[in-house]
Design a protein around this ligand. Structure first.
Ligand code: PLP
Length: 371
């Protein structure tokens, strides 16, 4: 049986009628760029994230970039993040003219190690971007405490964490701003590109709203230089439909993760994801670790089981970044972990029998390797 890494088709099938009606409404109203459908989704998403404000934008990358710009971050500033994230986190910093400074991750949660954070702070540091990788939130209490002591902004990269929680607080609601991506493959995915910023700070929200729309607060009256990064009306309408299902989809992912956890628990060479206490993991990705990662992926592929790697090359080792004058340094935990990661198939519609096939094949391979 083929086991895909992700299957958007079966999800779309499940909500087809609702989606068709929603898209038809947008077409009937000709509300294509921003407008009432985006505003409706913004209200719903702000509520979902337990935040006062949500601002729909063109992508998760734009959400990060506009948040940093609106917080006044620019040339000469430093912003701290982790090297094991999607490149967009670092790009957003670079596109403000600021310099990304990396701190290594914790080897269990794969998120920012707060014990290393303070060492990376310099007089130029303006903000910290913790990334809630794979669907589990970074350790926000110590990060917020350090940020407060050094007077730094915290922008959560919650692009993989729609609905994840840290001590009952929703992803995006703890820092000064939280950034989300609705790229089709995310836990909440649009029918194209889209993103959002959530915040409790009304004046920050107003500034981001202005900057996503050419810096205008009235039509053709431009208070500052902005950009075009509005959310499409069709994306707003589609996201309103899908948001209603998000919690049940996240629960299905958690159920799948439980089965993987149980079935892989006794295989010595496999490290399953560590669910940290007091955090709810929404398993955007279900990553396992194995020292012989490439061989295992190949064997699974031969059985028509499709995996991913998130991410094969950490940012500080990417060609785009290693030539930066920044002394990028060495991040041993990131380098070790990223050489071992395999993302197993994970999506709400995954079936128990698919999970069992994946685990059986991993088990078979492991006993061959060890004997
Ligand atoms: C997907 C993602 C982004 C970027 O979002 P886009 O909508 O693709 O621009 C940023 N950070 C992380 C951690 C992501 O996973």
């Amino acid at each position: 049986m083929r086991v895909p890494f992700i299957d958007l088709k079966s999800q779309n099938e499940f909500i087809k009628d609702e989606i068709n009606t929603a898209i038809k409404d947008v077409i009937d109203c000709c509300a294509f760029a921003g407008g009432p459908f985006v505003e409706k989704f913004e209200k719903e998403f702000a509520d979902f994230c337990q935040c006062r404000e949500a601002i729909g934008v063109g992508s998760g990358t734009a959400a990060l970039w506009l948040s940093l710009l609106a917080l006044g971050i620019g040339s000469g500033d430093e912003v701290i993040t982790v090297p094991n994230t999607f490149i967009a986190t670092a790009e957003a910093i670079s596109f403000c003219g600021a310099k990304p400074v990396f701190v290594d991750i914790d080897e269990h949660s794969y998120n920012m190690d707060p014990l290393l954070l303070e060492n990376a702070i310099t007089p130029k540091t303006k903000a910290i971007i913790p990334v809630h990788l794979n669907g589990q939130m970074a350790d926000m209490d110590p990060i917020m405490e350090i940020a407060k002591r050094h007077n730094l902004f915290v922008v959560e990269d919650a692009c993989q964490a729609h609905g994840a929680e840290y001590k009952k607080k929703k992803a995006g609601s703890i820092g000064h701003a939280g950034c989300f991506s609705f790229y089709p493959g995310k836990n909440l995915g649009a029918f194209g590109e889209a993103g959002a910023v959530v915040t409790n700070d009304k004046s920050l929200a107003d500034r981001i709203r202005m900057m996503r729309d050419h810096g205008q607060n009235k039509k053709y009256i431009h208070a500052e230089i902005g950009w075009n990064s509005r959310m499409d009306g069709i994306q707003g309408a589609v996201l309103s439909v899908k948001l209603k299902h998000l919690e049940s989809w996240n629960k299905l992912r958690q159920k799948h993760a439980d089965i993987y956890d149980r079935m892989l628990a006794d295989i010595d060479q496999i490290v399953t994801p560590h669910q940290v206490e007091n955090r709810s993991h929404i398993y955007h990705i279900y990553p396992i670790r194995n020292k012989n990662r490439d061989a295992l992926i190949e064997v699974l592929r031969e059985k028509d089981i499709h995996c991913g790697i998130h991410y094969p090359v950490p940012i500080h080792l990417q060609k785009a970044y290693w030539n930066q004058e920044s002394d990028n340094g060495h991040f041993p935990v990131t380098e070790q972990v990223t050489s071992e990661l395999i993302s197993l198939p994970m999506f709400p519609e995954l079936t128990d029998s698919m999970i069992k096939i994946v685990c059986k094949e991993i088990e078979k391979w492991s006993s061959n390797v060890s004997s």
